[in-house]
Design a protein around this ligand. Structure first.
Ligand SMILES: Nc1nc2c(ncn2[C@@H]2O[C@H](COP(=O)(O)OP(=O)(O)OP(=O)(O)O)[C@@H](O)[C@H]2O)c(=O)[nH]1
Ligand SMILES: [Mg+2]
Length: 366
């Protein structure tokens, strides 16, 4: 039996099993088994290339992948908001590979990747599913594009495909700490009263992974799925922006329903050039960029061209973004602004920066 059949068999067993406190442990075991089989598939799709032109060199301050069913208007949107020219047509699977475009918005350069349509079964390799998901895994933000009359169904299918490949959307990593030991058994420490998962389930899951000695600190009311996520190393946590395109085809009633179901979605009509500005703003905001200003030693800061970085970045990451050599040749850094305790504070590579900080990098040979 192949991996896919085994997964299917386990999934069917989950569907047949009643969900209650008494079966929590058994369900946990089944889910852990599925996760282990899925790992093989995830490793295949994220290890190198994928081939067929799906290797795209990243550029800009952040990368967005366009994920949606065939013909929902991904390429039309890309062409509207970037400098790219991706072929658009009324038939499905017009786009067969990844097409990059650059959006310059405010002070940021956002790379947007147009992709072929995703279909049900993508995670098992249908269409160019594995390659699409591979690109999604390496992007910073996923823009999920839906159409008005099938929005919910499309959304559910897409999230199921992505979730099955280890991608978590708008979720934070589980607040669980696993400290593996060489002996001493498994001790489970729950830091809050409301953590409902029972120890038998936790034991079963860890046992399935062959982890028999560890201190596990659980700091949130964790589900079995998130417990498994904390053990698996290949989970990736992505922000998503939901865009409902072809809104020109929806009447008022449909729009109202969509608004209720997708509260944060941006409504767009790509062919009518409507909603593009809102979409750009939404993408920019969701990136949570911070602006950093460079100041030469003893000189004035350059306030015109900030360095755009992801929130919470370190001095080392900022140095690397400018030039790898600066990072490796750095003697020390001085900072002014929100993250500095005092003006001109000398900081190390691990210091975390804030929006509006001014930095001076001083090289070793200076
Ligand atoms: N009515 C309407 N049609 C649209 C809109 N956006 C795109 N279309 C049409 O939808 C069709 C598909 O557009 P594409 O941009 O090629 O869609 P795609 O998602 O890139 O398609 P694939 O690459 O095949 O997955 C074209 O005929 C577009 O003109 C829109 O906002 N409203
Ligand atoms: Mg296309």
């Amino acid at each position: 039996m192949g991996v896919l059949e085994k997964i299917k068999e386990l999934e069917d067993e989950i569907l047949r099993t009643q969900k209650n406190k008494a079966t929590e442990y058994h369900l946990g075991l089944l889910k852990a088994k599925i996760a282990k089989y899925r790992r093989v598939l995830i490793e295949k799709s994220s290890s190198g290339g994928g081939g067929g032109g799906f290797d795209v060199s990243k550029s800009g301050d952040a990368t967005v992948a366009l994920i949606g069913f065939p013909s929902v208007g991904k390429s039309t949107i890309l062409n509207n908001i970037t400098n790219a020219k991706s072929k658009m047509a009324a038939y499905e699977f017009t786009t067969l590979t990844v097409i990059p475009g650059m959006l310059n918005y405010k002070e940021a350069e956002i790379q947007i990747l147009d992709l072929p349509g995703i279909i049900e079964g993508a995670k098992e390799g249908k269409g160019r599913g594995k390659e699409i998901i591979g690109v999604a895994r390496s992007s910073d933000i996923l823009m999920i594009i839906l159409t008005p009359h099938n929005a919910e169904k499309e959304f559910n299918t897409i999230t199921r495909e992505l979730t099955g490949m280890g991608i978590r959307l708008n979720e934070s990593p589980p607040d669980i700490n696993i400290d593996k030991r060489s002996r001493g058994g498994l001790s489970i420490i729950k830091t809050k009263k409301n953590i409902k998962i029972d120890n038998k389930t936790v034991f079963a899951v860890f046992n399935e992974y062959g982890i028999h000695n560890a201190v596990v600190i659980i700091r949130e009311d964790v589900t079995v799925d998130r417990l498994i996520d904390s053990i698996e190393k290949n989970r990736t946590y992505k922000k998503m922006v939901v865009c409902i395109n072809k809104i020109d085809l929806a009447d008022d009633k449909t729009r109202k329903e969509l608004r209720e179901k997708f509260k944060d979605a941006v409504f767009v009509s790509a062919t009518d050039q409507k909603g593009s500005e809102e979409l750009k703003e939404k993408l920019f905001k969701s990136m949570n960029f911070i602006r950093l200003y460079m100041k030469p030693l003893g000189g004035k800061p350059d306030m015109d061209k900030p360095l755009m970085m992801k929130a919470d970045c370190t001095v080392g990451e900022a140095a690397r973004k400018i030039h790898r050599e600066i990072a490796s040749n750095l003697k020390y850094s001085l900072i002014w602004g929100p993250s500095a305790k005092f003006s001109g504070q000398r900081v190390g590579l691990d210091h975390r920066l804030k929006d509006g900080d001014i930095i001076t990098f001083v090289a070793k040979n200076h």
